[in-house]
Design a protein around this ligand. Structure first.
Ligand SMILES: C[S@@+](CC[C@H](N)C(=O)[O-])C[C@H]1O[C@@H](n2cnc3c(N)ncnc32)[C@H](O)[C@@H]1O
Length: 675
């Protein structure tokens, strides 16, 4: 694991750049910057890790007979997910839903009124919204970015999501990104400062932090460039460095003060300018600005580069975002040299002139006018409001899997300096020596199983491949057989999904009231595989002896739940022989000491994940892999959760007393109790 540095006060090494092609007219102003406020979006449910009310110990959990209480459905595989997109399982109607939206009915028997939530399927550019006709969770076309990821701001741009929700999602995205960047920056700052002290040289922490942020955490800027306003950024927002304005997508050039984008026709237009014009020069009237382009153009020379892009913006009436640079002021008005960046709103370039400076030497100049009707920003006033530096807490670990996952799993704590409790990260189930499972029989398909009528694995699944061709699970089942090491099909086979490991950038983060949790930095489409619940496989008896039962997951108990599967289990040949015998060994996964990121996933009464039994590298039904799939479209940064299925008042401590724990999932459907 990477070591994290505790954050201390703010100290930006943002070397101010009068960069690139020119500056806006400037003068020394003077302000002390303040941090952009970062409100939390999480429900504030209480303190610590979940408010143990009675039986304060989490150990024990035994029933009155002294046995460890077996809590039906607690941690069991196969939570019946509350929404099933047009699968016929969701509301029992089997109806197909219109392509624009699919409705999920929350089938909570405890509730009289069924709440309905619209799940909207959209593509990144609104242009192709398509749902295939076949049954399935996510059988629809979705555009992906060049790196194969789903566009982060799909939700932000979706016209069918209520505007206030879209605004809130975008804002949260921006604030979380900023906070993440700051935590990474602080960590690197401390490290680099130590290096400077020791060796007299080191990296620039802001640039290094931005590099890491872009590589791993770039939840807002995933290659998407904005013309006009950036969703989630408000006029008057204040940033601490030029890298922070890149982080939120306001201005994506670290080193130049004009940012351009390439249009489809190959021409460039400018979309943002970092302005050094000081409010004091203009009597706080920043309605009109003058931008000076590159120097030394001869009268017969064509303008080029950012100068040309600015002119193109004028010709095409493309609005320009202006970010004002304000210099901090000390107590008595003296300049302190600290710089803030304030988003000032949109401007049009109204005039362009070649200003003669010397004989045969001209400078392009551009007059910008602020577009009317925007929120007023009083930069002079902002400059005067001096905010005491708030200490920034935070911990950041680049990859808690230490390279074991194919995508790094970061951990971030933006609310305190606490690290996750140490545990041994593993990426495969640890089987007890006497239960080393053997290889299963495989299929003979050579070109991929979806082309074969007689795929042996499809037969095991009741005659179908349980995944759509974009890798989404078609329907929840008591058990799924993926192709495995004994099969002749290639790794790209449609029937190999969850065995490939995580494909979204998952992040462990500190929640306000439930300890650590997990979220994704990418959008996760409904039906996607998210991760496996990994740990030590224990016989049930052995699991009962474990003192800490917080990370236990009982597996494979739900195959024969008739009411649950409504006959589906009968379609799976291996499940046709009735319930498991009482004396059959049951297994539990314990992720307390050894596990993967799934051990951090919290419970929710309205979860967005569900668990699915999967076999591929052995065929022992009593110990299937516990795979977590998305039950709904999950926007970036939303906490991932599944239903622990505790039965309230059925969890006992070692003295036989009923254990109670408050649920802090914060959803409308929350029952108030975890158990
Ligand atoms: C498998 S662990 C989940 C990760 C855990 N939050 C952590 O920090 O390591 C399960 C424990 O998390 C806490 N927890 C999970 N979901 C919760 C919820 N909805 N409300 C309150 N506590 C919760 C409880 O303490 C529970 O015993």
């Amino acid at each position: 694991m990477e070591s994290g540095g505790a954050a201390a006060g703010r100290d930006h090494s943002d070397a101010e750049r009068r960069c690139g092609s020119g500056t806006l007219e400037s003068n020394g102003g003077g302000v002390t910057g303040e941090w952009i406020e970062i409100p939390s979006s999480e429900s504030d449910g209480g303190s610590g890790d979940g408010g143990l009310e009675r039986g304060g110990s989490v150990t024990g959990c035994r029933d009155r007979e002294g046995r460890k209480a077996v809590v039906p459905w607690r941690f069991q595989v196969g939570y019946k997910r509350s929404c099933s997109h047009g699968s016929g399982l969701g509301d029992g109607s089997g109806s197909r839903l219109p392509p624009e939206t699919q409705e999920c009915k929350f089938r909570n028997s405890r509730k009289r009124n069924r709440s309905r939530v619209k799940v909207v399927l959209v593509s990144s550019d609104h242009s192709s919204v398509e749902v295939q006709k076949r049954t399935g969770s996510v059988p629809r076309k979705m555009k992906v970015n060049s790196d194969g990821r789903y566009p982060v701001d799909r939700y932000v741009r979706c016209p069918a999501i209520p505007n206030n929700k879209r605004v809130a999602i975008a804002r949260e995205s921006v604030l979380v990104s900023l906070q993440e960047f700051r935590v990474i920056y602080r960590k690197l700052f401390e490290e680099e400062r130590a290096k400077w002290r020791e060796r007299g040289h080191g990296l620039r922490p802001d640039l290094a932090a931005y590099k890491i942020f872009r590589e791993r955490f770039c939840a807002v800027d995933d290659g998407r460039r904005y013309v006009e306003n950036v969703p989630g950024v408000r006029i008057g927002d204040r940033f601490n460095s030029s890298l922070e304005i890149c982080v939120v997508g306001l201005h994506c050039q670290e080193l130049t003060c004009v940012d351009c984008i390439r249009k489809k026709d190959g021409t460039y237009v400018a979309v943002s300018i970092v302005s050094y014009a000081q409010a004091s020069t203009f009597n706080n009237n920043l309605e009109c600005l003058l931008h000076i382009g590159s120097i030394a153009t001869t009268s017969d020379q064509e303008i080029e580069g950012t100068d040309l892009a600015l002119k193109n913006s004028m010709d095409t009436k493309t609005p320009i975002r202006v970010i004002h640079v304000v210099t901090c002021e000390g107590e008595n008005g003296e300049q302190k040299g600290m710089t803030n960046y304030v988003y000032g709103g949109l401007y049009f370039i109204e005039k362009f002139r070649m200003e003669k400076v010397k004989e045969d030497q001209h400078i392009p100049t551009y007059q910008l006018k602020r577009i009317g009707g925007q929120t007023h920003v009083d930069i002079q006033e902002l400059a005067k409001t001096r905010k005491t530096q708030e200490p920034l807490d935070g911990v950041f670990l680049g990859d808690i899997s230490e390279g074991l996952e194919r995508i790094p799993v970061s951990a971030i704590n933006t609310i305190s300096n606490e690290y996750p409790m140490p545990f041994h990260y593993i990426s495969n189930i640890q089987y007890p020596p006497k239960y080393q499972p053997g290889l299963p029989s495989g299929c003979d398909c050579v070109n991929g199983c979806s082309y074969s009528q007689n795929c042996a694995c499809a037969v095991k699944n009741g005659g179908e491949i349980p995944f759509s061709n974009n890798g989404a699970i078609i329907d929840e089942k008591p058990l799924i057989y993926e192709c495995g090491p004994s099969c002749n099909c290639p790794p790209s086979c449609q029937n190999r999904v969850s065995q490939h490991g995580i494909k979204f950038r998952l992040q462990v983060f500190k929640t306000k009231s439930m300890g650590w949790g997990v979220r994704s930095l990418d959008s996760i489409p409904s039906g996607s595989f998210v991760c496996e619940y990994i740990g030590e496989l224990l016989e049930e008896e052995e699991a009962q002896k474990r003192k800490n039962d917080e990370y236990l997951f009982e597996i494979g108990n739900n195959y024969y739940n008739v009411s649950r599967w409504q006959g589906i289990s009968k379609t799976i040949p291996s499940l046709q022989h009735g319930p498991v015998e009482d004396d059959e060994v049951r297994f539990t996964i314990d992720a307390l000491n050894c596990g993967n990121l799934a051990r951090f996933i919290n419970h929710s009464c309205t979860p967005n994940l569900y668990t699915q039994n999967v076999l591929y590298d052995h065929d022992d039904k009593s110990m299937p892999h516990v795979m977590l799939f998305a039950g709904t479209d999950i926007p970036p940064l939303q906490e991932l959760s599944y239903d622990y299925n505790y039965e309230v008042d059925k969890v006992h401590d070692s003295d036989g007393n009923i254990k109670k724990k408050k649920c802090f999932c914060g959803t409308i459907e929350c029952t108030g109790r975890l158990y």
